[in-house]
Design a protein around this ligand. Structure first.
Ligand SMILES: Cc1cc2nc3c(=O)[nH]c(=O)nc-3n(C[C@H](O)[C@H](O)[C@H](O)COP(=O)(O)O)c2cc1C
Length: 323
């Protein structure tokens, strides 16, 4: 079989840089000349933390956004159909590479941000995110037919911030005390340095010095932890929301999430995830209720941090099938 066209191979290389829970990379691509079908890989869905595969679909939506950018970066149109076949729910999207269409400045900037975006679990500076940058994050989500709500620890949104912080803590406690969650966490964290998936120990953050308002996920360590560090007091929370729910809404949310993350990187901001409450049924239900009538998909912690290293990915050849 002839090798993939270099442009397509590069675009798929950009797609797989998308974030995913525990770096599970729950995607598969079926490639047929100018058409790419994006499938959920059910074997890479976390059965305890994500029984309905919603976080996995979110990740696939993020990969889809990167793929689109990768095609656009080469000056070609990218025609996307989301959930094209109701009879095949794992077929999340079909992308057709169209004719010549020059990339925009924004697309170029976002495509360049893909390599720079990494989940940053380290402390951020105690520096607020300024208004124009906040507007940029909101516009990014709107451009993908979704929306974000910015939740601050002070002012009008303070009560909501406290409720969310409480739900994060509750869910985190449930997970710490349930062997099924702990097994999943161990299965997908650490391991040998040649491993191409999972969260490597180099990406774990330090434990906080003192009590934090927001409990970040702790990862199981095989060696002595680094010294505790002081974290920022009150990071900005960004809730990614859609106007509807269902498989297509999960994919749309994933695209919007990735556009927000890349916009943040382009603006010099760092980000990480706070998703424990989505992984415990009771806290997920409370969080869903809190953001109604919109559907909440994920929570991001956004602020100013120092650069962190990339995490590994499986090679493009390992995630594609040629039809
Ligand atoms: C839906 C989703 C949920 C995630 N939840 C968490 C989380 O709760 N805690 C965490 O530290 N990282 C979380 N992550 C980040 C992943 O672990 C990270 O994307 C993956 O390890 C790849 O690393 P990278 O983002 O630096 O490329 C999440 C990512 C996604 C897409």
């Amino acid at each position: 079989m002839s090798p993939l066209a270099p442009e397509l191979s590069e675009a798929l290389g950009m797609a797989v840089r998308a974030p995913s829970p525990y770096n599970t990379q729950p995607w598969r691509f079926v490639v047929d000349e100018n058409r790419i079908d994006l499938y959920l890989d059910p074997e890479r869905v976390l059965h305890t933390s994500d029984p309905e595969g919603r976080q996995a679909r979110l990740s696939c939506g993020a990969a889809l956004f990167n793929l689109r950018l990768g095609i656009r970066a080469h000056g070609r149109a990218a025609l996307v159909e989301i959930a094209p076949d109701p009879g095949r729910p794992d077929l999340l999207a079909t992308v057709r590479i169209g004719g010549v269409q020059p990339k925009t400045i924004t697309e170029d900037r976002l495509a360049r941000a893909i390599e720079r975006r990494h989940t940053n679990r380290r402390p951020f500076l105690d520096r607020p995110v300024e208004l124009p940058l906040r507007s940029g994050l909101k516009a990014a989500a709107r451009a993908e037919n979704a929306l974000v709500e910015l939740v601050d620890a002070s002012g009008r949104t303070a009560p909501r911030y406290r409720i969310i912080a409480d739900l994060v803590r509750q869910a985190d406690t449930v997970q710490q005390n349930d062997p099924r969650y702990q097994w999943e966490s161990q299965r997908w964290s650490g391991g040998p340095s040649e491993r191409r998936d999972g969260v490597p120990a180099t990406a774990f953050g330090p434990e906080p010095d003192g009590d934090r308002v927001l409990k970040l996920r702790s990862f199981p360590r095989e060696t002595a932890p680094p010294p505790r560090r002081e974290f920022e007091q009150q990071p900005l929370l960004v809730a990614v929301l859609t106007y509807s729910r269902g498989i297509d809404a999960d994919v749309i949310a994933g695209m919007a999430m990735q556009r927000v993350l890349l916009t943040a990187s382009d603006l010099g901001l760092s980000s990480s995830f706070l998703t424990q409450p989505f992984e415990v049924p009771q806290t997920r239900a409370q969080l869903t209720e809190l953001f109604k009538p919109h559907e909440i998909h994920t929570l991001l912690r956004v602020g100013y941090g120092y650069p962190v290293a990339p995490t590994p990915r499986r090679a493009v050849d390992d995630v594609i099938v040629r039809s």
